[in-house]
Design a protein around this ligand. Structure first.
Ligand code: F6P
Length: 495
């Protein structure tokens, strides 16, 4: 482990990652109060419950054991009297074996949406730049949207006879995923593959093994994960299969190892040194102080451009709720999260950060090492880092001027999170840091972070609307499930 030299007093280190909260503008006594609030909110007990498999997902009466999926030390995790690690290890062995079997594969189509898409998509992109990464050079296609534009783009490139398909769905009932999977199977058939060749090409990752079998995936091509993976944001199970297939099982293990190291830190470090807890408390402080309604994550690393999208699902699907675990209104819940890679983001919405009327806290995420080995890398990287530091400083202090247009109000809080380099290990640590932070925030807000009932209603309403659209009639009338506005829109579309 490296130790950071010249560490500012406002900084903390975990898994070689430095978190500097200097620009949060939180005084010593305020930090004390925040930590004491965390204790009053039973955060240490919550962390222990989370790791030991207690049913922290109250509405679905399940644990949320993401940590077991990256528990490379294989210490037993007992659930209902049984250690889950042998099943987890068995899946790792099957992933490893599959990596060696896929020789001559030109294209992999990963079909999945939401939590079954963001994590692997982010990891494939983020690691592509690592100079000495052992890339197998397959074209890795991600098919999520029901919009056939994405499907068409993929089918224009993929070679059907050397394509493998992975259908990833925890429930195996998600409409986008099953429809896209059917479309891919139809394309394979149309391309002249026999049924046995199609069977050979088709794989599934799911908690609903019987659903995958019913779809036509052979049993030994199904990689299971389990109901105890509460919430939907896990890339750590076989959902992360593309990482192993593209970059080798060793890289996948490094990814898990980084996350596991962050878990050990989260479970064992005192609150005052605990990165996920500190970040959660800083956000809570800004909610209490400025009533902030949004925050931004800006990775100064082009390879992490997908990170904010991954984070949006993690934070907003987990914690975007207004009712607490006790059924009463929650005082706070997830702010809106957004962001994109710096320095591009500076040329887009940073104007609002500096001079807008709202305070928007920012996580600046920087990487110490340049992210390519091009001759220009060192010089460009210095500019990237100086931009990152300058933005944080400008936001913190602001600037006075006689012309009101030139005034920067300042006092705009931010974190600096510094990664030693961007590789599989630190990517794993970064994602686990934010997952643990989301869980901590849920516990501080007394919110169940591990279910997502709010996404269901729209899905239910879409069914009668689809039927009405399919009828071709432009005389649809409002009824119990279609209101007058929507009926008029259906009639417009059917005209
Ligand atoms: O949008 C709702 C949701 O259930 C997400 O939570 C999930 O990540 C996504 O749909 C896909 O679900 P599944 O993995 O079951 O297909």
């Amino acid at each position: 482990m490296q130790t950071a030299k010249n560490l500012p007093s406002s900084a903390h280190v975990a898994v070689d990652m430095v978190l500097d909260t200097a620009y949060q503008n939180i005084s010593g006594p305020q930090w004390k109060e925040l930590f004491s609030f965390a204790r009053k909110s039973h955060i240490p007990e919550f962390i222990e419950d989370l790791f030991s498999g207690k049913h922290v997902n109250l509405s679905e009466d399940r644990p949320a054991l993401h940590s077991a999926l990256r528990n490379l030390s294989k210490t037993p995790v007992i659930l209902d009297g049984q250690d889950v690690m042998p099943s987890v290890t068995k899946v790792w062995q099957r992933i490893d074996a599959l990596c060696n079997q896929w020789v001559g594969v030109t294209d992999v189509i990963h079909i999945g949406i939401g939590g079954s898409d963001f994590g692997p998509r982010l990891a494939i992109e983020a690691l592509a730049h690592v100079p000495d990464i052992d890339s197998r050079g397959m074209r890795m296609h991600f098919l999520a949207n029901i919009d056939t534009a994405e499907l068409a783009r993929i089918l224009a490139k993929a070679l059907p006879h050397s394509t493998r398909v992975i259908i990833v769905s925890k429930s195996f009932t998600t409409l986008e995923t099953t429809m896209n999977a059917k479309a891919i199977v139809a394309w394979l058939k149309k391309s002249g593959l026999t049924q046995s060749q199609i069977n050979k090409a088709l794989f599934a990752v799911t908690a609903n093994v019987s659903g995958a079998k019913a779809f036509g995936v052979e049993e030994d091509h199904i990689f299971p994960f389990w109901d105890w993976v509460g919430g939907r944001y896990s890339v750590w199970s076989a959902v992360g299969l593309p990482i192993a297939l593209q970059y080798g099982f060793k890289t996948f293990e490094e990814f898990l190892a980084g996350a596991h190291a962050m878990d050990l830190h989260f479970r064992n470090a005192p609150l005052e040194e605990n990165l996920p807890v500190i970040m959660a408390l800083a956000l809570l402080h800004q909610q209490e102080k400025d009533g902030i309604k949004s925050y931004a994550a800006i990775p100064y690393a082009d390879a992490l451009d997908w990170f904010p999208k991954w984070l949006q699902q993690l934070d907003m699907e987990s914690n975007g709720k207004s009712v607490g675990k006790d059924g009463k209104p929650a005082k706070h819940s997830s702010p809106v999260v957004f962001g994109s890679a710096g320095s591009n983001a500076q040329h887009s919405y940073f104007q609002l950060f500096h001079q807008g009327s709202e305070v928007i806290p920012i996580d600046f995420i920087a990487v110490r090492k340049p992210m390519s080995d091009l001759p220009e890398a060192v010089a460009h990287h210095r500019i990237l880092l100086s931009n990152c530091l300058a933005q944080a400083q400008a936001l913190a202090h602001g600037k006075d001027a006689s012309n009101p247009n030139d005034v920067y109000p300042g006092n705009r809080p931010s974190n600096l999170l510094l990664l030693p380099e961007l590789n599989a290990f630190y990517l794993g640590a970064l994602l686990a840091l934010y997952e643990n932070r989301a869980a901590t925030l849920g516990a501080l807000w007394n919110i169940n972070s591990f279910d997502q009932p709010g996404v269901e209603y729209g899905k239910v309403l879409a069914k009668p609307i689809e039927k009405a659209l399919g009828s071709g009639s432009n005389h649809v009338e409002a009824n119990d499930s279609i209101d007058a506005v929507t009926a008029a829109r259906i009639n417009l579309l059917n005209s």
